[in-house]
Write a protein that binds this ligand. Structure first.
Ligand code: ADP
Ligand code: MG
Length: 314
């Protein structure tokens, strides 16, 4: 209760008490909040309208529009939207466990089983967005992937002393999403850069097809592949604890990405399966036409390998 008094109060958000701050972005703060009418916990993304130009404002409205139409266990739900003179308020499903990013930092890396458990949930969300909503997210990264509740993950052995040890993996290294333990649900958040690329009903490109230039048609066909590249980057990062592309210099980094120059660096990748590496190779593939689609991803042996994670309770 003492924290409450320090929290900002906003005109136009009378039905919610804001508690702790959970995150911030360039133009927004995200708070944990309580709906005073029902007592239910939510997250509230407060966007400072006055700092936005006309196109940025319309982007927020697009974000809201897209979120209104999405209903999937791997996608953060928009509960309500309102605005005042100075702010937009996105009331969201509360993801108490915070960012996948923080868990990677904390754990240094994920075992293959744990990585599979996480990435399959993200992939199911992407499959839904791509195939059922015609939406490309365009900002898939560990900061925008959130845990529903605080995950309980036993720590990993240090990488230097990590001989491949099947037995250890079998010794109940983790039990996904059952009982009170495990890591539970992961969901996709932040639709700030997302875009509708396919008409939902006709599954054709948006706009009048007959008059659309070939580069646009091609563009729209390949636009989903940006999420697949990002998914590859997330999977790579989960398995070893550092991103596939990195450099102090932004110019060098840009060049590395443009060429698709990355390696499975020793010793960190020594014990990781060929199957996982094969999958990553098909995602971090410079030619978008060659890159795996979400359906190809989900059919890859690494994804279908047992132990199949039981679906976490929703
Ligand atoms: P931005 O567009 O500024 O990146 P996000 O929607 O990604 O805004 O929110 C910023 C951060 O706030 C996220 O990275 C996350 O840490 C936190 N956050 C966002 N939505 C939620 C939520 N529903 N539950 C809990 N934390 C959230
Ligand atoms: Mg974000």
């Amino acid at each position: 209760r003492h924290a409450r008094s320090k929290m900002p109060r906003y005109k136009g958000l009378e039905n919610f008490d804001l508690l702790d701050k959970m995150g911030d972005g360039a133009f927004s703060n995200v708070y944990k909040g309580i709906d005073v009418r029902t007592g239910s916990k939510v997250a509230v993304k407060v966007v400072r309208k006055y700092e936005l130009n006309a196109s940025q404002r319309s982007n927020i409205l697009k974000e809201v529009q897209i979120m209104r139409g999405t209903h999937h266990p791997s996608v953060v739900k928009l509960i309500s939207f309102s605005e005042s003179q100075e702010h937009y308020f996105l009331v969201l499903e509360l993801m108490e466990g915070g960012e996948l990013f923080h868990q990677i930092v904390k754990l240094t890396y994920f075992s293959e089983n744990l990585a599979r458990h996480v990435i399959l949930q993200v992939a199911q969300g992407i499959r839904y967005l791509h195939e059922e909503r015609g939406v490309v997210h365009r900002d898939i990264k560990p900061e925008n992937l959130l845990f529903e509740r605080i995950p309980i993950i036993p720590s990993n052995p240090p990488i230097e002393r990590r001989p491949y040890d099947e037995e250890k993996e079998d010794e109940g290294e983790f039990i996904p999403g059952v009982g009170g333990g495990g890591i539970g649900r992961v969901k996709i958040a932040d639709f700030g850069l997302s875009k509708v690329v396919w008409n939902e009903e006709t599954m054709t490109p948006c706009g009048t097809v007959g008059y659309t230039a070939p580069e646009i048609v091609k563009d729209e066909r390949y636009s989903k592949s940006v999420d697949m590249w990002a998914l590859g980057c997330v999977l790579y990062t989960l398995l070893c604890g550092f991103p596939p592309f990195y450099d102090e210099s932004i110019n060098v980094l840009t060049e590395k990405v443009a060429r698709g120059y990355y390696t499975f660096l020793s010793p960190w990748w020594d014990d990781i399966s060929h199957s996982a590496k094969d999958l990553i190779t098909h995602l971090l593939c410079v030619d978008p036409a060659q890159r795996y689609s979400i359906d190809e991803f989900l059919k890859h042996p690494w994804c279908t390998a047992s132990p199949a994670p039981p679906p976490p309770p929703t």
